[in-house]
Design a protein. Structure first.
Lengths: 395, 307, 590
């Protein structure tokens, strides 16, 4: 026991010595061709860590790929990133640090719309053209936030193919659920409007806060007896809803959930219950986009896991930045921004084109279905790996 | 613009009388099963508080760690996660006893301030354990696919995982009650909790009693973790939510009152089940905290006695 | 601490030693120098940088404000709150909504946030502060959760998307505003350390009931502390919202922000003036660097810091400094020397009503009847002895008269006025003083503060100090007036208990076994004081005593209680030979 305080003391002393060293340390000496530094923060821990980790790995793969081809403008590319702990407040401070202390050359946005909204004022102030692979809420991309540049399909397109598909196969009623968070509510409202437009009767709808007990919601859904159940969610609540529906003995003909199903843990956690669930993705393995095979190979080699669409979005951000820097031959933020909103980049996700507000136009998210434990792309038709299977049976 | 309430159209109005009865029964069943989960999560925290007056803020991180370990074990070996139960009980008890001796016992000597100091120590411990879980198991939510369906009794469905968890919780509560009220060692524990000096003068080794209580409490929390991971996805960051939930339940049930906590957990479960059905998810989520404030402010005098 | 003890300097010790005074002056100068240096650093920050360093400084100052706010209610007053973030969030949203919809300039909006925080605390305080200990902590946490859900689904406040404000970033002005607010926060804490009000607050932390019996208006004091500790985070929240141009429910009502603040304050030293500042400064800067160097381990570092602080140095950084005599807490309202003063003369009350009249008093606790229809009265100038076996209801009778228990039925009249519904502290202020069977001193406070706490109410502070000095000299505690109460021997502790009774300047004195466990000499001293009580303006005395011989000659009358009933009353000699009484005492030789 006696030595424990001593050791803690040593640790503390170390902790106190660091700030002085860190605050006043001289920047690395400049040489002939200093590297281009890209700064970002990522939710490595906290509530959004699962998807955030995919995104940062995608960014890393993008940087590695660019360096493999000699970097940009003949300079090596270095990634500098911090953990924002899924916290908007922490992210604001860290971006301030990236811009003013670390003096990075280029910025990539954080994961999640929420954190992105928080840093938007800062981005605007410093006029940094920031690629946003993880912020899919369209309301971010307005004239006031012109330095935020989207490079992925927005969240109102998540699972937009499911309701028409179900209607085509005879569905008449739908139950719609949305988690109280930025992206999921945008998705939820879009699907509610779509159901009305299609003439599907919404027999149950609710928004909810992150919770563990879905038995009552599942029971209410069972009594409403919809043909389609569509939930705009994050991973934990998507798993909880499927289990609760099964426990209450209800299986809708079509069951779709956003974000959750494409994660590897989903099939693992639900086993047979996951069979025939629909999910969304902005990118897929069989895309015939330029560089897609390279991306998959590089990512798998670097991280010993399969990429997902968050990883692809991260990779795309680096692709778009690289294209802009190389086309403009400069690191001038205004030039880079202008180039991005006036050109189309052929990314691994497909063509990325931003409008004057920085919102990606034309891009939509595609739909996958879990078939016997394997994710198969089922929409759009021209890329479909397998025909849609229905009804959902719950086993 | 946006409905905050759940809306059901058509079918609800067409329900016959018997269907309404079935619905009411099913809501009751769901509520009781949810209550069973709450007992499982809260009872060990209650034991530690009841005997030692210590609020163990590391409670949730113990549950999460045990759950994540269960996931790892089950995925690695393909065996039933329930096999981890005895290991979790024993390992948790040993770790709990060690932790109590090193971290909690030193502050128990502080007299009136012991409650506050132990609160702070376990708070620090929770940070360390969460970080440990992050380092070892990563930050992903995981869940073990096991006992996923339900048993049917007529028109009523009983979720299997929840039934198992509830049964474990019931047996645990009954054993605790029996032990504390009917056996010598249990009575010694209760005596020590009510008057440490008095117990000391009766020849009870109070420090040892605390060691046992904390060990058993942590062992049971770890066992709860094994069952929780089967019921819902857990990640290291779930820990503080679990602690808070357990805390709310034992406060509702009257801190240290084993039967009261079981009753409060069941009532809360039923209330949430009904609220979730008729008012939607947000109402269900916030209900425990509203009830907590209402009960504490308007409720029984026993709350004011505790300082 | 040591130099303050009078006995060590070998004289009665009413004045400070010259060396000690010089040392104190030196220390003052040193502290003033340090404060000036700190100010210079604060002023230099915006000159050095307008970017990251300025933001870090602003964030650190914000955390210091939150720490100081938390310290008021949880450190001084002792109500550990895990939900002050509720006020931070309310303030943040108030500023955001006022800027967006009322188009107020940001500084007015931030001030208005303070008003909103105060109003919320004023509404909630009387209810929430009925809870104690962990229940208060938990209740506040629940409150933050509820607010989080409300704002997460409230469309007008942007629901889960939060509110974006016009992005006018003005870091230097916000930094200056934050500095000013931090100064205000420091001033609030300094007020708590130096003032009689702060003494009241600290006394609640130590023993709320005992403090009330000394005339401390507990509810008012803690609600004021709560309101102050809500204004600071509310304004800080407003500043943060404006600075970030953005606020959302998950950052506004995030309990982990509170938990972080708890860590900072504990590390620095809870309930001290400099602790929140030092703890926050150290951990924010170390944590920032540590977080950048080892992002995965920052939380674990906080955890380890907290555990090691509690186990190895419970007083935090300030506690460590105290060991070297630095950053000591000043003694509240302490004069340089104890003034020698004459006893106060109180004009006698007019009227013929008895001092105390108890009519048919019954007190039940659940099924147990502690007092059963007891009636008695105390005339002016009278001393009443109350005797009886253990559990006879003697202490319950005192508790009912002083307001600690509520009578089930019956009436209590004080100078003819019913007082059954008057709160404890007001009874004390109106002149009903009691001692406790086991002394309930406020152990971490000095002897002086224990006394001045009681003498303060209803007096201007210099009169209070004179009165306290007189009490200490009369009781014979003057030599150790600067010692902490916890260091007194048991005999002196009883004398201090008695001194506090006298400090209230009472008209009715209730003594609960003041002589138990005293040596014969100590008993004789106390008896001397009791005899003098009428001279000090005390109209009547009632005493409960086991050492019957020690009081029988002092008493004019005696009342005997047995199982809650009055079984005998009359002159001491007659009562003590009454066969009923003798039987009740089972032949105890009298």
């Amino acid at each position: 026991m006696a030595s424990l305080p001593a050791r803690l003391g040593a640790l503390l002393a170390g902790g106190l010595a660091l700030p002085l060293a860190g605050l006043f340390a001289a920047p690395p000496a400049a040489n002939a061709a200093p590297p281009i530094v890209i700064g970002t923060t990522i939710s490595e821990t906290g509530a959004l860590a699962t998807d955030g980790l995919y995104e940062i790995k995608g960014i890393k793969a993008g940087v590695a790929e660019a360096n493999l081809h000699g970097g940009w403008l003949g300079r090596k590319i270095v990634l500098k990133y911090y953990d924002d702990k899924s916290s908007p407040g922490t992210a604001v401070r860290l971006y301030q640090r990236l811009v003013t202390l670390d003096k990075v050359n280029l910025l990539v946005g954080p994961y999640s719309s929420l954190v992105t909204i928080a840093i938007a004022p800062l981005i605007n102030k410093y006029k940094m053209a920031t690629l946003e692979p993880g912020a899919s809420v369209p309301s971010i991309y307005v004239p006031g936030n012109k330095w935020n540049l989207m490079n992925t399909a927005d969240s109102t397109t998540y699972l937009h193919q499911l309701l028409p598909l179900a209607k085509q196969h005879g569905a008449r009623t739908a139950a719609l659920l949305g988690l109280e968070s930025a992206y999921s509510l945008a998705c939820y409202h879009a699907r509610v409007a779509q159901a009305k437009q299609l003439g599907l009767k919404i027999v149950y709808r609710t928004t909810y806060t992150l919770q563990t007990d879905f038995s009552s919601i599942a029971l209410a859904i069972k009594h409403a007896n919809p043909d389609v159940v569509l939930e705009c969610a994050y991973y934990p609540d998507s798993v909880n809803l499927v289990r609760a529906l099964h426990e209450q003995g209800f299986a809708p003909k079509f069951l779709g959930e956003t974000v959750g199903p494409v994660e590897a843990a989903y099939v693992q956690a639900l086993g047979p219950l996951a069979n025939r669930v629909f999910g969304n993705t902005g990118w897929w393995f069989n895309f015939k986009t330029p560089g897609n095979k390279t991306f998959i190979a590089a990512y798998t080699r670097m991280f010993h896991q399969q990429p997902d669409y968050h990883a692809a979005a991260g990779y795309t951000a680096i692709q778009v930045l690289g294209a802009a820097v190389q086309a403009t031959h400069s690191l001038d933020q205004a030039k880079i921004r202008h180039w991005i909103v006036t050109h189309t980049v052929q990314s691994i996700q497909g063509p990325i084109h931003d409008n004057a507000n920085g919102r990606t136009t034309g891009a939509v998210q595609d739909m996958v279905q879990i078939q016997n434990g394997v994710l198969k792309l089922v929409a759009p038709a021209e890329l479909a790996q397998a025909p849609v299977l229905f009804p959902y049976t719950g086993h | 613009m946006r409905r905050r309430r759940a809306r059901r159209a058509g079918t609800a109005r067409r329900e016959g009388a018997s269907e309404v009865g079935t619905l009411a029964l099913q809501l009751l069943v769901n509520g009781i099963l949810l209550g069973g989960l709450y007992v499982l999560v809260a009872q060990s925290l209650n034991l530690i508080f009841g005997v030692m007056g210590v609020v163990n803020l590391a409670h949730g991180s113990i549950i999460a760690l045990a759950g994540l370990f269960t996931y790892w074990f089950s995925m690695r070996t393909g065996l039933s996660p329930l096999l981890v139960l005895p290991l979790a009980l024993a390992g948790g008890a040993a770790a709990g006893a060690a932790g109590q001796r090193l971290l909690i016992e030193p502050v128990m000597q502080a007299g009136a301030k012991a409650g506050l100091l132990s609160l702070i120590v376990t708070f620090g411990l929770s940070y360390v354990l969460i970080e440990l879980a992050l380092q070892v198991f990563g930050s992903d939510f995981v869940s073990v696919p096991y006992l996923q369906s339900s048993w049917k009794l007529g028109a009523l469905a009983f979720g299997k995982a929840l039934v198992v968890a509830g049964a474990f919780a019931a047996v645990m509560s009954a054993l605790l009650y029996w032990w504390l009220n009917r056996t010598y060692s249990g009575k010694a524990l209760l005596a020590a909790s009510q008057s440490p000096t008095g117990a000391l003068s009766c020849g009870i080794d109070v420090a040892r009693v605390r060691l046992i209580a904390f060990g058993i409490g942590v062992g049971l929390a770890a066992a709860a973790g094994v069952l929780v991971i089967v019921i819902m996805p857990v990640a290291p960051q779930t820990a503080s939510d679990l602690t808070l939930l357990a805390f709310v339940i034992i406060a509702l049930g009257g801190l240290g009152d084993y039967l009261g906590v079981a009753a409060a957990a069941l009532l809360l479960g039923i209330a949430q089940s009904v609220a979730g059905y008729y008012l939607g998810g947000n109402a269900e989520y916030v209900l425990p905290y509203v009830l907590l404030l209402v009960v504490m402010l308007a409720g029984p005098g026993r709350f004011r006695r505790l300082g | 601490m040591e130099e303050a003890t009078g006995e060590r300097r070998g004289e009665p010790g009413l004045t400070l030693g010259r060396e000690a005074a010089a040392e104190r002056r030196g220390r003052r100068r040193w502290q003033a120098g340090a404060a000036l240096g700190a100010l210079a650093v604060v002023a230099a920050v915006p000159l050095l940088s307008t970017g990251y360093l300025l933001q870090l400084a602003t964030d650190t100052l914000t955390a210091i404000i939150l720490a100081y706010g938390w310290n008021l209610i949880s450190g001084f007053t002792g109500y550990l709150s895990f939900g002050q973030v509720s006020f931070y969030g309310l303030g943040a949203y108030s500023t955001a909504l006022l800027v967006l919809h009322a188009h107020l300039p940001w500084y007015f909006a931030v001030l208005a946030s303070g008003v909103v925080g105060a109003a919320a605390a004023l509404l909630l305080g009387p209810f929430m502060l009925r809870l104690r200990g962990i229940l208060f902590a938990l209740g506040m946490l629940g409150l933050a959760r509820i607010l989080g859900v409300v704002f997460n689904s409230w469309g007008f406040a942007g629901a889960s998307l939060g509110l974006s404000l016009p992005a006018e970033l003005m870091p230097v002005r916000i930094y200056v505003a934050t500095c000013l607010l931090a100064l205000l926060a420091f001033a609030c804490n300094a007020f708590f350390v130096h003032s009689g009000f702060g003494l009241d607050a600290v006394s609640l932390n130590e023993d709320e009931e005992a403090a009330a019996a000394l005339g401390v208006p507990a509810t008012r004091v803690k609600v004021i502390a709560f309101v102050l500790s809500a204004i600071l985070p509310a304004m800080a929240g407003g500043l943060v919202a404006w600075n970030r141009s953005y606020m959302d429910p998950s950052s506004a009502f995030n309990s982990s922000l509170d938990l972080q603040i708890v860590v900072f304050v504990l590390f620095g030293g809870i309930g001290t003036l400099w602790g929140p500042f030092l703890g926050t400064l150290t951990l924010m800067l170390a944590g920032e660097q540590f977080g950048v160097a080892f992002p995965d381990l920052q939380l674990a570092l906080y955890g380890v810091v907290v555990i090691s602080t509690v186990l190895a140095f419970p007083g935090g950084l300030v506690g460590l400094a105290n060991r070297f005599g630095w950053l000591m807490r000043p003694i509240v309202l302490a004069p340089k020397t104890l003034p020698a003063v004459v006893p106060p003369a109180r004009p006698a009350r007019q009227g013929a009503a008895p001092v105390l009249e108890v009519r048919d008093l019954t007190v039940r606790f659940g099924g147990l009847t502690a007092l059963d229809g007891v009636s008695l009265s105390l005339r002016r100038g009278e001393m009443l002895g109350i005797i009886g076996a253990n559990g006879a209801g003697k202490t319950t009778l005192f508790n009912a008269i002083t307001g600690f228990v509520r009578p089930t039925s019956g009436e209590i009249l004080y100078f003819g006025e019913p007082i059954s519904r008057v709160p404890i502290f007001r009874r004390a202020q109106r002149g009903i003083a009691r001692s406790f069977q086991i002394p309930r001193l406020l152990p971490s406070l000095t002897v002086w503060e224990n006394v001045v706490l009681a003498s303060r109410h209803g007096r201007q502070s210099h009169r209070a100090a004179e009165h306290a000095a007189w009490v200490l000299q009369t009781i014979g505690l003057a030599p150790m007036w600067r010692d902490p109460a916890s260091r007194l021997t048991p005999g002196y502790q009883r004398q201090l208990e008695f001194a506090r009774v006298l400090a209230l300047d009472p008209e009715l004195v209730l003594l609960d076994e003041v002589m138990a466990g005293m040596t014969r000499e100590e008993q004789e001293a106390v008896r001397g004081v009791i005899r003098c009580l009428p001279e000090y303006g005390v109209a009547a005395v009632a005493c409960v005593e086991h050492v019957i011989a020690a009081v029988s000659d002092l008493c004019d009358r005696m009342v005997v209680l047995d199982f809650g009933r009055k079984i005998a009353e009359g002159a001491p000699a007659a009562v003590l030979t009454d066969p009923v009484v003798v039987r009740a005492y089972l032949g105890e030789p009298l």
